[in-house]
Design a protein. Sequence first.
Length: 279
Amino acid sequence: MDLHTSNAVETAAGSHYGKGRTHKMDYRTLMDIAILAGKIMLESNAETYRVEDTMNHILKTSKFETTEAFAIATGLVATLDDPSIEDPITVVKRISLRDTNLNNIATVNTISRQLTTGEITIPEAYDALQDIGKVQYKRLYKDFAIAALAASFALLLGGGLVEILAAGINGGLLALVLKGEKKLDMGSFVRNVLSSAVISVGAGLMQAFIFPTLNINLVITGTIMPLVPGTAITNAIRDTLQGDYMSGGAKALEAFVIALSIAIGVAIGLVVIGGALFD
């Protein structure tokens, strides 16, 4: 960066941060912040319009002439350009893994607001974003939550004490399967098929050997609820209503594929347990 560029960027930074503090704008780090924020939000299943809005607010703190952010379900593009810099900066980031984490989305939004209002500096914002994703809850707590959620849905669906207990046990089994699948780094489709199949087999075995009066359909339905793509469906609707038809359609297709994989897994599990018990 030449002297003219450095002075221009520093002036833009000073006008933004004010409050008696002088900071030299590191626009490359600012771009890294915007991309990292967008990446975390997309990987946490945020709506694409929210991702673009957050990235644009971050990029606009540069006071540059051109600040653009574009997000789809599987990728990000961001651009910074201004007469004060020699070459424009454009970054493309591929997003391949997605999982629902509303806490990560809320944390990114908080950091973004603090940065744009000058409460924190660019290095502080970057460090804060890098800290996101560290262990939020112990694995045991997550496993217990899955089991409790399955039992709760069994109760909500009208199950008795036997169904609630069986769904809780089956939920614990699901948590163990998900833990193993994560270590094996399976694809989402295979992971959902395998998880649903194990759920069906587990419910069938409990009906055959432990709870003869068990309503197996209710137990299976309650236990698969943690796998149901509720966030994907909601985001598909919200993105579509925002006019982002590409992302809305992609999220709707993703939800359909997840639901299909769950249905296939349940069917496989019922066929396996039926053949094993009644042959």
